[in-house]
Design a protein around this ligand. Structure first.
Ligand SMILES: Nc1ncnc2c1ncn2[C@@H]1O[C@H](COP(=O)(O)OP(=O)(O)OP(=O)(O)O)[C@@H](O)[C@H]1O
Length: 762
């Protein structure tokens, strides 16, 4: 025993020395990046040099600043593993790659091919390794190690573990939840590694039950792809689409902790710059809005705004009546449509042509009025009709058209026939007009649930309609508008950033810059100083290099259209669980939603192990799954020995007592209270302050809880969750699979049959 202890102490000592050396290399790399940053600004004096030189300096500076940020991000847990091969060589694996003074590699980035064995070696297939070691660090000190020795000779069948680094994994899983997802770079499992390192090309679907690490694997995949395809992806950017803002906050720290800060995160409701939709439609309206036929509806609504007057077009101008025959108006509309340009662009052509017709009409009207005057003076000499129209040449017509465009009655008449439209005007107008909906919806599509007042707030389901409208109306200037609006905010941010740069680099003391605003101005000079991620987020038409869609089962067919438009290269990671589909407009099969765009050219990986929910809770969840998606196998839980789930019958008003008892059981842990939509406000009122993920208690609807997890969960009134929508059973499955340790069901109504395993106490 003493020998083993001595051996461990010695191993810790040795590893401590190595880790110290690695941190020294990290410090040296930081100093180099800081010096390089200082150098960039020092070259050519404070503000001198050509514009070209300045731009180059800014590019170099932002590269060094990014490097510095990355080196700072990897401080915690810099090195977490070591692999030893049968030839006696050891390789250390960490959050970043580092080299010594002789340029020899001393730490391998976890994403590099050489680090792969750390994740995929198993007892049955050790790939030439004799040992894998997990290092546990507290700050810069090695506080523990876990070894797996791949000694096939001495191993029985039962010993052949399927979990990689089991001890380290279980230790990671036992940690209390903080309200923010953490990276799992030290304990990635083989099936997750396959997802993470799958190629960039094409679409990868990751289907897996609750807690199988779909989200965490997808985020590590983003980091892996950025590392492996840095050039392409930094230029084009990576977009992560999540189900709601709370979820995006929950996962928001994972990529920065992996040194990657240039990823855009958005809900579908945020994909249209300038609109921030959070409200949800009632299920019936969501289904209609999400139907692919809505693309035709929007197209028909645009066409409906390109009109021909009922009779001739008549415009009163300075006592003259300009008349363009109905047939001519119809011909002009056909001609403008036939160029197949978006509405607002084709409008230019239409307006030009119509103004020319109006110019001719004006000449005719003038002729006519002169003729009448002449008739009135009764001079047969002068009564010969004039031919003013015939006398006009092209230049006269163009000049007259230009003059007419300045006349309000003309503008009004033209705009009634072919108005300039924003997507917002078109969609708000369409949804508030039963007559238009009736006229433009195809038979069989029940448009009645769509009707609403014109000033209604935007819903998430509106965003794909706005996006569709933007495509049909023409390249919009949303990026410019957002940029203009942000210009003010940006300046404040620029200055703050510049101040930080000055402080971290010491440029302030060096006297290179005295004022942060001077530096900020120079940064602003370079295309507004926006990063790829910022430019991409502000531009509706941005083409991303890769898009990750999480909780992808929730997207409607129309939402898919919007997302796919963002990634012309069709390089996608689609992550979800069809048994958790809560939206009535959501997916029932991956083929159904993806085939229209990918024609079967997508591959699927399945994740089968549940890292969140203990066996005891999963038994309850499995009953729900059997009732709502009997074709799906529940995932297998890694954890066991959790507390027995229970049900308590009590009125909602008594929840605070139950929650206090649950918190006492959890000790340090955090608790989520999940309610039916209808009870949410009432329950939230019982727990003031329980709104944010950082609070010890948070009250959520199932929709808000999607993708999140808590040490303990209280599910309130499951019968209400079941009944709240056609997908209520799926919602209940989501609710009962959020806990890592304790699940308690609080109910006043009878428990649904699918929860009969729970014995209710008063
Ligand atoms: N390899 C791993 N090492 C340590 N923890 C892991 C690992 N894989 C998953 N986890 C943890 O398991 C939990 C569930 O992971 P995640 O949220 O990614 O699952 P999910 O499949 O997206 O779940 P859901 O479908 O319910 O949203 C998280 O706390 C995650 O950190």
């Amino acid at each position: 025993m003493a020998n083993r202890q001595d051996g461990l102490a010695e191993a810790l000592d040795n590893e401590q020395r190595t880790v110290q050396r690695l941190y020294a290399r990290l410090d040296a790399a930081r100093e180099r990046a800081q010096a390089a940053l200082r150098q960039v600004y020092a070259v050519g004096g404070a503000l001198g040099g050509s514009r070209q030189a300045m731009v180059e300096r800014e590019v170099a500076a932002s590269e060094q600043a990014r490097r510095l940020a990355q080196l700072n991000a990897v401080e915690r847990g810099l090195c977490f593993g070591r692999i030893d091969d049968s030839g006696g060589a050891s390789t250390y694996v960490g959050r970043i790659g580092l080299r010594d003074q002789d340029h020899e590699s001393v730490l391998i980035d976890w994403r590099a091919p050489a680090a792969r064995l750390f994740y995929v070696a198993t007892a049955t297939d050790p790939g030439g390794l004799v040992r894998r070691r997990h290092l546990h660090l507290k700050d810069r000190a090695v506080v523990g190690i876990d070894d797996e020795v791949f000694d096939l000779e001495g191993m029985s069948d039962g010993d052949r573990r399927t979990l990689v680094g089991e001890a380290a994994l279980l230790a990671a899983l036992r940690r209390g939840r903080t309200g923010r997802m953490a990276d799992v770079v030290a304990t990635i499992q083989i099936e997750q590694d396959r997802v993470i390192r799958s190629g960039l090309q094409g679409a990868l679907v990751v289907q897996g039950g609750p807690g199988t690490g779909k989200t965490v694997a997808a985020l590590h995949r983003a980091a892996y792809l950025l590392y492996t395809h840095r050039d392409t992806l930094e230029r084009r950017g990576v977009l992560v689409v999540g189900p709601n803002p709370m979820f995006l906050r929950y996962i928001g720290q994972v990529l920065p902790a992996l040194g990657e800060t240039q990823v855009v995160m958005a809900t579908v409701g945020e994909l249209f710059p300038g609109v921030r939709a959070v409200a949800a439609d009632p299920p019936v309206a969501a289904v209609v809005k999400g139907d692919l036929r809505m693309a035709e509806v929007v197209a028909a609504a645009v066409a409906d705004r390109q009109r021909v007057p009922a009779g001739d077009l008549e415009v009163e101008l300075d006592g003259l009546r300009l008349r363009v025959p109905h047939g001519v108006c119809a011909r002009l509309r056909e001609r403008a449509r036939s160029v197949r340009l978006p509405h607002n662009m084709a409008r230019k052509l239409y307006v030009t042509e119509l103004l020319k017709e109006l110019a001719r009409a004006e000449a005719r009207a003038l002729e006519e009025s002169l003729h009448l005057e002449e008739l009135a003076v009764d001079d047969p000499e002068l009564a010969e009709p004039l031919d003013l129209e015939g006398d006009l040449d092209e230049v006269d017509i163009a000049l007259a058209a230009e003059r007419l465009w300045g006349e309000e009655p003309v503008r009004r008449a033209v705009s009634e026939l072919w108005p300039e439209l924003t997507p917002q005007e078109l969609v708000a107008g369409l949804l508030s007009s039963p007559e238009t909906l009736w006229a433009v919806c195809p038979p069989g599509l029940d448009w009645t649930p769509l009707v609403r007042p014109r000033e209604s707030p935007w819903t998430v389901g509106d965003v794909p309609l706005l996006d569709e409208a933007a495509e049909l109306l023409g390249r919009d200037d949303s990026a410019d508008r957002v940029a203009a609006r942000r210009a003010g905010e940006e300046w404040a941010e620029q200055e703050l950033y510049a101040r930080e740069v000055l402080e971290t680099t010491g440029l302030l003391e060096g006297g290179v810059f005295e004022r942060a605003d001077v530096l900020a101005e120079r940064q602003a000079d370079d295309g507004g100083g926006l990063t790829t991620a910022e430019r991409a987020a502000a531009d509706r038409a941005w083409a991303y290099g890769h898009v990750i869609v999480d909780e992808a089962q929730e997207l409607s067919p129309m939402a898919w259209r919007t997302v796919i438009r963002r990634v012309p290269a069709r390089s996608l990671t689609v992550v979800g669980d069809l048994a958790q589909t809560g939206s009535a407009a959501g997916a029932r099969s991956w083929g159904e939603v993806l085939d229209p765009y990918l024609e079967g050219r997508w591959r699927e990986e399945r994740l089968l192990v549940n890292y969140r929910t203990p066996v005891e809770i999963m038994l309850v969840a499995a009953d729900v799954l059997a009732a709502v998606a009997p074709w799906q196998e529940p995932p297998e839980s890694v954890r066991d020995g959790g507390d027995e789930p229970r049900a308590v019958r009590l009125p909602v008003a008594e929840l605070p007592g139950l929650v206090a008892a649950e918190l006492a059981e959890l000790g340090e842990g955090r608790l989520g209270i999940i309610t039916p939509d209808a009870l949410h406000a009432g329950v939230a009122a019982l727990f003031p302050g329980a709104k944010d993920l950082d609070a010890p208690v948070v009250v959520l609807t199932v929709n808000q809880a999607k993708g999140l997890e808590f040490d303990g969960v209280v599910v309130v009134e499951p019968a209400g969750i079941l009944e709240q929508s056609p997908m209520g059973g799926h919602d209940l499955y989501v609710a009962v699979t959020r806990a890592t340790r304790r699940l308690t069901v609080a109910h006043e109504d009878d428990l649904p049959a699918m929860l009969s395993r729970l014995k209710s106490t008063m």
